[in-house]
Design a protein around this ligand. Structure first.
Ligand code: UDX
Ligand code: ADP
Length: 455
């Protein structure tokens, strides 16, 4: 029986391995993590991440051919294929700080594999890594003297949070990068076989290692670029009388452009976009490609501009002062259907509102725990309230930052009646029915559209 190990039980490792175990009943899958609390949660009814449909997949496979453990060494010793899915955050220190990937967790992992392994292994990069990391890993792994041979593959994960299970079940493609040596090809085939259990062959793309590594960074850079592009146009729409939704629809019907990822918003968040673009920027810089680096850096700058612009607009429209005013933030997660708040625009927006001495109340159906951690240093100045009606009680403004479907279903008349007047509503996701809100009496501001104001 093939034994698969995954090191790192996070947002990528956990769901991906659960799906592999579900689809390959003849393969044993173990997910390990150094974080005992996380592993305990994976072994409980209360999984450590909120992801629609994940519970069912885990419940089906856990205990049958899916196991969660903290015994990293045992896992390594037994495995044939090792996925490495540890965190690779942006470096906060030294060379490349704020831009390059911090590879310390990855390297520690590689050294641990080398120390423990006594038989040949296929090591698969699942975390997003800078191009040519596989080469460094191969050098570390094949520097041992215990006779074991390691083949390194790149197999980036393209799942998006909130839709992870559907993305895993029916992926647009599976990408596997490896060497074209006989051993490399054999390793690639072993991984192809794992995915072929449910993914049609034509969707499994094999490339060389570097193309695979670079494709992941490029895919995220292109996706983020689309969001920044439409967000840049949203600013122009607000200045003119164009409507960004209409513009997005009109351009999206051109089959060369396509309709997806053209939703103007308060800004993109998530653990990948910013990190991967900065990684790409660093890579370009290190090859002396300064113009290319600057081109991609602009996508991140535009996103920061969009987040700040949202707060500036709130301030300006609320008579240039929000000191002492209660502002209810509806949503803190970086997108709907996740409890994840990494790089969420809500973090910067909260901090900017506090700078203006506003009284900030945060509500979110899944992300309040993470919000508390993100705002630990200012926790005394923020109220966390699970009930949106209570959050809006006495508020001068509601700012919708996450497109939770729950927020479409609220009774906005009831909310309006509890708010301070004049009541302001800033829709950072163009998620609500603005005419209806205006009819109730709100002054409504959205992204890239003309405001609907009573005053
Ligand atoms: C992304 C990639 O989609 C995925 O392929 C990769 O594996 C990891 O990074 P994720 O960050 O989970 O996934 O979510 P995604 O749906 O891409 O959204 C990222 C951010 O962009 C969110 O904050 C979202 O709200 C925002 N966004 C997305 C927009 O503002 N407008 C859009 O039209 C689309
Ligand atoms: P992602 O969103 O990419 O899945 P996360 O940060 O959610 O990333 O998960 C990465 C996980 O990897 C964390 O749970 C962390 O504890 C784990 N991890 C980091 N280094 C190691 C290591 N050397 N051995 C085992 N687990 C590790």
């Amino acid at each position: 029986m093939t034994k698969i190990l995954c090191i790192g039980a996070g947002y990528v490792g956990g769901p991906t391995m659960a799906m592999i175990a579900k689809k390959n009943t003849n393969v044993q899958v173990t997910v390990v993590d150094i974080n005992q609390q996380r592993i305990d949660a994976w072994n409980s009814d209360n999984l450590p991440i909120y992801e629609p449909g994940l519970d069912e997949v885990v419940n089906e496979a856990r205990g049958r051919n899916l196991f969660f453990s903290t015994d990293v060494e045992k896992g390594i010793a037994e495995a044939d294929i090792i996925f490495v899915s540890v965190n690779t955050p942006t470096k906060t220190f030294g060379h490349g700080a704020g831009c390059a990937a911090d590879l310390q967790y990855w390297e520690k992992c590689a050294r641990q594999i080398l120390e423990v392994a006594t038989s040949d292994k296929i090591v698969v990069e699942k975390s997003t890594l800078p191009v040519r990391t596989a080469a460094a890993m191969e050098r570390i792994l094949n520097s041992g003297r215990n006779g074991a041979h390691f083949d390194v593959l790149s197999n980036p994960e393209f799942l998006a949070e909130g839709t992870a299970i559907a993305d895993l079940d029916n992926p647009d493609r599976i990408l596997i990068g490896g060497h074209s040596t006989p051993e490399g090809k054999k390793a690639v085939q072993a991984l192809v076989d794992v995915y072929a259990a449910w993914v049609p062959q034509e969707k499994i793309i094999t490339t060389n290692l570097w193309s695979s590594e670079l494709s992941k960074l490029t895919a995220n850079a292109f996706l983020a670029q689309r969001v920044s592009s439409i967000n840049s146009i949203s600013a122009l729409c607000e200045a003119t009388e164009a409507d960004v939704g209409e513009v997005a629809y009109a351009i999206g019907t051109d089959s060369r452009i396509g309709p997806k990822f053209l939703k103007a918003s308060v800004g993109f968040g998530g653990s990948c976009f910013k990190k991967d673009i900065l990684n790409l920027v660093y890579l370009c810089e290190s090859y002396g490609l300064h113009e290319v680096a600057e081109y991609w850096r602009q996508v991140v700058k535009m996103n920061e501009y969009q987040e700040r612009r949202f707060v500036d607009r709130m301030l300006k429209e609320m008579f240039n002062t929000i000191a002492g005013k209660r502002i209810a933030l509806f949503g803190f997660a970086f997108k709907a259907d996740t409890g994840d708040t990494r790089e969420s625009p809500a973090i910067l927006i909260t901090r900017e509102l506090l700078e203006e001495n506003a009284e900030v109340v945060i509500t979110d159906p899944q992300a309040l725990k993470h919000a508390e951690q993100d705002l630990a240093d200012v926790i005394d100045r923020v109220v966390f309230e699970p009930d949106p009606y209570k959050a809006a009680e006495g508020a001068h403004a509601v700012a919708l930052l996450t497109e939770w479907k729950e927020y479409k279903e609220l009774d906005y008349q009831k909310i309006f009646d509890r708010m301070a007047q004049p009541a302001f509503l800033f829709d950072g996701r163009n998620h609500l029915d603005h005419q209806e809100l205006f009819g109730i009496g709100y002054n409504v501001y959205s992204i890239g559209k003309a405001p609907l104001k009573h005053i």
